[in-house]
Ligand binder design. Structure first.
Ligand code: ADP
Length: 441
């Protein structure tokens, strides 16, 4: 450890340095010359150290200071310590910035740090994806010039950031971004962009849903109130009454079906997650649906065949599965022209329990298939109405299946027919019967 020299020590050292020169001056009677010589030597020694210091400060890349003696030892050591302290502080700061950046990178939002004039200081990875920014090329660029959105420019010029701004991502026209700007520090802004596409879609779906429900309910209500108005107080005449009665009955049935399906849908959606402890006797359920289907089939005269594995039970919710099976079976009957073929299967395929309904009806063209499970979606509105369909059946099936770890697969060919299929995973198949049979053997 280097100790700083005290003033007294320095004074004595200088005296000690001059003493031999002084003695030599006295002996030779050249005191002034001897002292001058001592002073010049001392000056040269100091200049030598000064040059070494300047050389190290400006030219050397090493942190190790030159070695010195006397007062210079303390100076060099002081500078070395100061540098070490600064380096430590700089590392701490760098670590802090790195941690802040890692945090900002982990955010599920796009983050851009800007100067007040919208010059980019830093941006995270997600904001580069959202806005197509390049890093570090776009460092110090003005965000307004890069984005070129008139609404963004107007928004930023107003300097009122209390409400967020919604814009479409320049990289993906379907992605909606919610942009928020927050002033911070003295002259900086923090821009946070969040992907709200799904939220917007849900909002749109909710709006469409309410509009569709209102529309679907208004039609039968118009028919009913039209007839009631026509009759007024008087009893309807005999020639109008049979038609009016039939129409009113049909329309109230439609309303009843629609409301029932809406209730089923909302019950399924709001129902809690399954624990899958309830055993469902699917074969028994399908035999019951079979007899209902036969009654319905009296109008259509299809060749209706059920191929059921009587030992195949599953875990699930009976009401929900019944609704899925019957929707698919009745659809096949409704949408197959008279005297068609409708085959229903319930069997093991590999480790899964498979259900599928095949018909040789009109089939569905490809562009409709991926939309069939949307609420109120119907390929042919008029046709679906004549069958009493509301367009909610397949949407119920989709929800039921997703709650049973499965999904609906639809294969169809126009003019050849359709096949609606789903498979319940191995974990939902009841295996007890097989085990009992095995033990009995
Ligand atoms: P709906 O109550 O109108 O039957 P769904 O959601 O059950 O509503 O079905 C949606 C649409 O899918 C139907 O309107 C119909 O156009 C079509 N569809 C369903 N099943 C079949 C099928 N087996 N064959 C042909 N089209 C079908």
């Amino acid at each position: 450890m280097i100790r700083l020299l005290s003033k007294r020590k320095v004074f004595f050292r200088v005296l000690l340095f001059f003493l031999p020169f002084f003695v030599f001056g006295v002996v030779t009677d050249l005191i002034a010359e001897a002292l001058l010589c001592a002073s010049v030597s001392l000056l040269l020694w100091h200049y030598n150290h000064l040059f070494r210091l300047a050389d190290w400060l400006w030219l050397r890349k090493t942190y190790v200071t030159p070695t010195g003696r006397g007062v210079w030892e303390g100076v060099y050591d002081g500078i070395y310590r100061l540098q070490k302290k600064n380096r430590k502080k700089r590392n701490q700061l760098a670590r802090l910035i790195r941690r802040f950046r890692q945090g900002a990178e982990a955010l599920p939002d796009g983050v851009i740090v800007l100067k007040n004039d919208f010059t980019i200081i830093w941006c995270n990875k997600l904001s580069r994806v959202f806005f197509g920014l390049k890093w570090p090329e776009d460092n110090q660029q003005n965000l307004r010039n890069l984005l070129r959105y008139p609404e963004f420019n107007t928004y930023t010029q107003q300097e009122n950031y209390s409400q967020p701004l919604l814009i479409y991502s320049p990289m993906n026209a379907e992605q909606v971004l919610e942009v928020r700007i927050m002033p911070y520090a003295e002259d900086q802004l923090l821009l946070i962009a969040r992907d709200v596409t799904q939220l917007k879609q849900l909002e749109q779906m909710r709006r469409d849903f309410v509009a569709n429900v209102s529309h679907e309910l208004r039609t039968p209500l118009t028919v009913l109130s039209g007839y009631l108005e026509m009759f007024g107080d008087a009893a309807p005449s005999d020639d109008i009454w049979p038609k009016a009665h039939r129409m009113m009955e049909e329309q109230s049935k439609r309303m009843d079906t629609l409301i029932n399906q809406l209730l089923v849908l909302s019950r399924i959606e709001s129902g809690k997650r399954h624990s899958f402890e309830e055993k469902v006797n699917v074969p028994e359920m399908l035999h019951l649906i079979h007899s209902e289907a036969e009654a319905l089939n009296k109008e259509y005269h299809h060749q209706l065949e059920f191929h059921i594995d009587d030992g195949l039970e599953v875990y699930g919710t009976a009401d929900e599965l019944r609704s899925a099976f019957s929707n698919l079976i009745f659809n096949a009957i409704y949408y197959t022209p008279e005297q068609g073929l409708v085959h229903v299967y319930w069997e093991m395929q590999g480790e899964e329990a498979c259900f599928y309904v095949k018909d040789n009806g009109d089939g569905i063209s490809t562009e409709h298939i991926h939309r069939l499970t949307e609420r109120f979606y119907r390929v042919d509105r008029a046709r679906s109405r004549s069958t009493g369909g509301s367009g909610l059946g397949l949407s119920i099936v989709k929800h039921v299946l997703s709650r049973h770890q499965s999904s609906l697969q639809i294969e169809s060919q126009v003019g050849h027919g359709s096949c609606f299929r789903f498979a319940l995973p191995e974990g939902l198949v009841v295996k007890e019967k097989e085990e009992q049979a095995f033990i009995a053997e």
